[in-house]
Design a protein around this ligand. Sequence first.
Ligand code: BG6
Length: 491
Amino acid sequence: MPKIIPVDIFDCVVFGATGDLTLRKLLPALYYRFRDGQMPPESRVIGAARSALSDEDYRARAAKALEKHVAQADRDPETVRRFLGQLHYVSIDATAHDADWSRFDTVLDDQRVRVFYFATSPDLYGPVCRALGANGMVTELSRVVLEKPIGHDAESAHAIIEDVGTVFSESQTFRIDHFLGKETVQNLMALRFANTIFERLWTADVIDHVQITVSETVGLEGRGGYYDKSGALRDMVQNHLLQLLCLIAMDPPISLDADRVRDEKLKVLRALKPMEAHDVAHLTVRGQYTQGAIDGKPVPGYLTDLGSDEASRTESFVALKAEVRTWRWSGVPFYLRTGKRLPAKVSEIVIQFRKPPFSIFPPETAEWRPNTLIIRLQPEEGMRLEMMTKDPGPGGLRLSPTGLDISFEKTFGKRFPDAYERLLMDTVRGNPTLFMRHDEVEAAWAWVEPILEAWAARPDHPRPYPAGSWGPTAAIALIERDGRTWHEEIV
Ligand code: BG6
C-alpha cells in the first residue's frame, strides 16, 4: 500500500457548517484523512453558519454525524476525540453587511493554506466571496471550493464565475463534481491511457454505442426545497453524467497536467450536438416518480415527498440521446439516464462494440451478444468485458457470452476512500485536475439549457413512473427504436 503523505497544515472554513453535506460527507471525509495521518493534527476545520453555537456545541453535532456516517469499526474513540478537538465554530451571517469577520481572527493563521469551502446554496457564492475579499480574508495561500450546481442556467453560472473571479484566481478556484473523485472514475483514465488494447478500438468504426446510467433508489430525502428548483437534468446530467461522458469520449491529453486534461474534456462538451427545440421531444424523456415500492417496501410519490399540494413539473428522471460530433465519434449515440426512486443504486458506463461483420458460426450454435465493456462505478467498483467463448465439453461447437471480470475490491481488498476525501486533500495540495474549469461549467450549461427551455415551453408534465421501476416506458422506447436496449444486468 502506498505511503500516505501528509498534506501541508491547513485551516478549512466550511460555510454551511450545520447543513446536510457538511455533516454527511465533509466531516466524515476529513475524519478519515485525519485517522489515516494525512491531515496534520495542527490543522483546523472551522465551521461557519448562522446558528449561535459554541465550539463544544458544534463538536457535539459533529460527533453525532460521525456516529451516523462513519462505520463503527473505523471510529476509535481516542482518534475521534482528537479529531473533534480540531473543530471550531464561528457564528456568522456571511451575507450581512455588518457581519463581524474579526471573529475568524483567533482561529485563522495567515501562514497556512486556507480553504474556504462553500457547502451552501450557489446564490451565496458571489456575495460571500466578495465579503471575504473586502474583509482581507483571502491570502495568497487561499483557495475556494464551490459545490455544484454552479448556478441554475448559463447566465447565472456566468455571473457566479465572474463574481468569484474578482476575488479568487482560476488557480485558486476548485469547482467540485464529486463524481470525478470516485475511484473508478479516475480509473477510466488508467483504463484508456495506460493500456494499449482499448485506445485503438475507441472509435466509431468499432463502437456501436455508449450507455451511461446513474440510478438511485433514494427519493428527495428532505432536500425537496433544493431539488424541486433543480431537477435531474441540472442536479445530475449537467455535471456528473456529462463529466463521465467527457472522460469516455475525450482524446488522449498530452499530459496529466490539470489544464491539458480539462482542455480535452472541454473539446467534448463543445462537440456535443446542440439540441434544437424540435429534437428535444424525441431525444429526451423526463419523468417524475409516483408511489411504488423500493426493496419491497411501499414509498410515496414525488409530490408527497415534496409535501406539496400543487403539481410540480420538476423531473426526477431523465433519459436522453446525445451525439459527439467528432471524427472519432460521429454516428455513435451516447444514451444517458439518471433518476431517483429507481430499482437499484448503480452507476455504470457500458461501451457496446459492433457485432462481427460476418459470422462463420451457424446461428443455432450461438447466443450472440456483441462485446461489451461494462465499467461499474458503484456499487462493487470494477469492470467486466463480455466476450463470446466456446462452451466447454464435447457435443459440437456452442458459443455463449462470458465475462472477464475485475472487481477492484476483490483485487485490491481495501476500503475505497470516499470521493470527498481525495477532493478535499487535492484542494489543500492545490491540485485542480479533478475539478471543473470555468469554461467546462459554461459549456455544459450551454448544452443543457436548450433542453430546459424546450421543456419549459411545453405544456405537458414529466411522464409518471412508479417508484421502483426503470423510469417511464418512453425511456425504453428512446433506445429501442434505434434497435438497441438498455444494459439489463444492472439489478
Ligand atoms: C449529488 C446530487 O450531486 O449526487 C444528489 O445532488 C445525488 O441528488 C448525489 O443523490 C449522488 O451521489 P453519489 O455519490 O451518492 O452517487
